[in-house]
Design a protein around this ligand. Sequence first.
Ligand code: HEM
Length: 407
Amino acid sequence: GPVFSVKMLHKQFVVLSSFDAIYEALVKKGKSFSGRPNKNCFRVDEVTDHFRNILRSQATDPLWKKLRMIAHKKIKMYDTGMERIERISKDMIENLLKEFQSKSQRSFNPKICIYNTVMNTILCLLLGRTFSTNEEIFKKMVQFEQGGATVMAHAGRGVELDLCPWLRFFGNKTYEFICHLLEVRNQLWELIKVEASLGDQMLKEDEEDVRLVSALRDALKENGSELSEKHLRAHVMVDISFAGTATTSNTLHMYLNIISKHPRVQEKLQAEVDRVVGLQRMVSLSDKGEMPYTQATILELLRFTSVVPMGVPHMPYEDTVIQGKTVPAGSAVLMNMYHLHHDEDFWDDPFDFLPERFLDADGELVSASHPNRRHLMPFGAGPRVCLGEVLAKTRLFFVIASLAQMF
Ligand code: HEM
């Protein structure tokens, strides 16, 4: 049914799987549903410095709002097509394309070069420049992000620690790994602070400082601010690096797999980019509005892949009725996004990759109020909607359109 509950490893989970149930919880009753369940989460507790980051803090905590506001403002600046940022993004895409071209038609696994490119967009947002893969900051960021992914997954490494945290006193291997990861995090944070000061010196007198790290440092200095360095560290490491890298790079990796089996979609993407951009210049953000087929492909990719299949768990602050059933305050609630995006009662041929489902009869993108767009929620919805939605969609646009142009 659309609302049911399951017990797993002593935890009670409520699962919402229909559009009506998910929309009611995230949007109509979004305020009540904007908590995060933090019981029995020892591993996440350790990695997030006791839930000090956006992703895991409570919506009732004023610092959640404050961090969200700072990051949102910077991501927006980063994404409005500012000349400098767009140039950096283009350089990055150019390097990715060169790497693909250098394989001269031999088959290869693009996973690492896609991951590195996405990680660099994140570092650029944070520190204002990109890094080569053998620079210490880059290496440590990758180490932390990949280690974090293995120990923070619901059913990932060391799940026994969530239930019995005392196991850490008995030589638990995952706990040793978490301690090592926290050392990497501390070293990385020191490197980031040094890099931020170096960046200050490179800034020209009349140049706007677009770095997220600068906005965070300013917030720390504000009078009466309750933000601490630990909040900023947890935010950078988990909200920006962890939440922003694997999601986008996995989506792109799957895109290449999907597109290799859909030559017809490739042809249409190519025809559109040839018509709008041509071969003489690189794709620009301002082209997006004239490229409905590319935009529809991105929406279909987000639906088809649903890279965060069960969303991020929510928690109601009070007993709340969803579709006639009471969800008790404090329970862990999962949104079955994969089902929402593949529900055979709503989507025609949900397991086929069809960008056309997001286009009207004239080939234009359907409006945001169209049922197909409303049923698409890869980034969640309501007060806790993904912070990086616009950034992720823009990066997907750049890479997908540029690949269609070059190959
Ligand atoms: C394809 C790419 C991405 C997908 C599919 C995705 C998906 C999601 C989802 C489903 C949520 C949970 C929303 C909820 O709780 O209801 C979320 C939250 C979040 N995402 Fe993303 N995300 C992506 C990229 C990014 C990027 C690039 C960033 C940062 C630069 C980011 C930062 C965050 C943060 C900080 C939250 C927590 C928001 C909060 O709890 O208030 N995400 N994302």
